[in-house]
Design a protein around this ligand. Structure first.
Ligand SMILES: C[S@@+](CC[C@H](N)C(=O)[O-])C[C@H]1O[C@@H](n2cnc3c(N)ncnc32)[C@H](O)[C@@H]1O
Length: 225
């Protein structure tokens, strides 16, 4: 049984009545979904200034164009934006989140619109690591700071990075550094640093590149096994 530390960050899910073709999803991720389209929405409020689904979606599409994965998994998949986005392009896509509110909502959206190519797992990294599944591309957006000493207790960057390395041929991290407000809050009193993270991706991947993030405190790292 996974212990969830907070309720899901969902503002509204507007199904629009029985004959509406569009579902409007608003919360930590913001988008409109139909049976065969997904439209990212720019941050509709001043909440969560470090993340904007529309901006991240553009970066994500350039990564899909570069990597051209056949299989994809988003760890910490939240309201499912990136999983639906990839699935709409025929990529077999899996969302993993430890909060079953998120995975159940995503399953409900999938069922209502009969969307193919998606699978939703209610799991955390420790459990997911025990399964043999591997993917051409894995994304780890804004979640690694939670795993360190909060929703899981890795407290070990080596083990954490190698856990993701074992799941993906290419892994894209969005890494909240110790200079980020939440990065600091959730990892203080541990050895969590950007420098240690870079040491460990150097150890576990054969090639990696850092890219600017949505804030300077949350860069991306594209890592090749
Ligand atoms: C800050 S949100 C980021 C959401 C999404 N990755 C994004 O960047 O748009 C963190 C997400 O990770 C999930 N999460 C936190 N700890 C987790 C864990 N140990 N295993 C799986 N998911 C986790 C939360 O439920 C939430 O959906």
């Amino acid at each position: 049984m996974l212990q969830t530390l907070e309720r899901a960050d969902i503002e509204s899910i507007n199904f629009g009545g029985f004959d509406s073709p569009v579902i409007e999803v608003r919360g930590y991720q913001n988008y409109d979904l139909t049976a065969d389209t997904i439209t990212a929405i720019a941050n509709p409020t001043s909440l969560r200034p470090w993340t904007d689904t529309k901006i991240k979606s553009e970066l994500f599409q350039t990564i899909l164009d570069t990597v051209q994965p056949k299989t994809y998994s988003d760890f910490g998949s939240n309201l499912g934006y990136y999983v639906f986005h990839a699935a709409m392009q025929g990529i077999s896509s899996t969302g993993v989140d430890y909060n079953k509110e998120y995975t159940h909502v995503c399953q409900c959206l999938t069922s209502r619109l009969d969307i193919g190519q998606t699978t939703w797992f209610h799991s955390n990294l420790q459990q997911w690591s025990r399964s043999a599944s591997r993917y051409d591309l894995v994304t780890v957006f804004n979640v690694i700071h939670h795993l360190y000493n909060r929703t899981e207790e890795y407290r070990n960057m080596d083990k954490l990075v190698s856990g993701f390395r074992n799941k993906g041929t290419v892994v894209l991290f969005e890494f909240p550094t110790e200079r980020d407000k939440k990065g600091y809050k959730w990892t203080m009193d541990t050895d969590y640093t950007q420098e240690l993270f870079e040491e460990m991706i150097e150890k576990h991947f054969s090639e990696w590149v850092m890219m600017p993030g949505q804030t300077t405190e949350r860069p991306y790292y594209l890592c090749y096994a």
